[in-house]
Design a protein. Sequence first.
Length: 312
Amino acid sequence: MMELYGQQAELRLLSGALAHLELPTMIDVGAERGALADAMLAAGLERLHAFDPAPENAEALRARFGGDARVGVHECAIGEGDGQASLHISSRPDGSPLPFGHTLLEREDTDEIAWRDTVTVPLRSLGSLIQSGDLPARVGILKVDAEGHDLAVIRGMGTLAAELVMVEHWKELPHGLGRCPWAAQDMLAELRPRGFAHFAFVVHRGELVTLKWDDAEVEPGAMGNLIFVHDSVLAPLAPVLLALAGQLAEQAVAVAQGYMRAAEERLAVLGVVERAAEERRVALERTTARMHEQGRELRSMREGSGGDPADA
């Protein structure tokens, strides 16, 4: 599914975790057009709160889930407190729209994404939404994809309790969102007092996807999702995590083998080209040598038949 942006591994983890969670419910902050939310509902999610402040995304969510009593759509940004915020609307450099990349943060345009329009949107915190009765105080999964604003979302959780917390993370995306404004240790410092001492990191490097444990190191250009596991569900979720790690390792081997085969094929083609070039070089040297030999023969014949005609 294109709208998942390659996050099938995260979907496998979250959907596999549902059977082991006390509450099969989810808050989706930054739901965009609802692809992940839709897949989670198909996996057995019983209740979903989808948040997106971008007007076109919110409209798409209402159109997609308008008839589903399991889903509540909220058109607002999520942060540390309540008020209003400026949402920077993303687009491609040519001006065509994008469904992702809308952010509350100030970003420099890149060769892949630009922020040229701004809209004012309502801003709420998760803690405030619990107090107003718009959200439950406990959920199974809190998923946050706020384009770099994730730490503020977590700091505004208030009394919200969750069993899994997933946040998008990267170090540097020079062609996209630039530098991530927070470090994994900042996020861990916020979540550890809430009972999250460990996390998995699903890292995407093009076709290569891997799962790391308690390790958030990532090189520029790569990105993924940190999935914090509450201590209370760590034991039952361990098989799910291990199974996904194994699957991703097998896929990584297959990808590596594919690259190796492609490299071998390129080397084989290169070998054919090199042999052909060598054959042409040898043929040229032989032709050149033959031409020199013929030239010497012609000069010898001229010299042998030459001389003074009067002596004839």
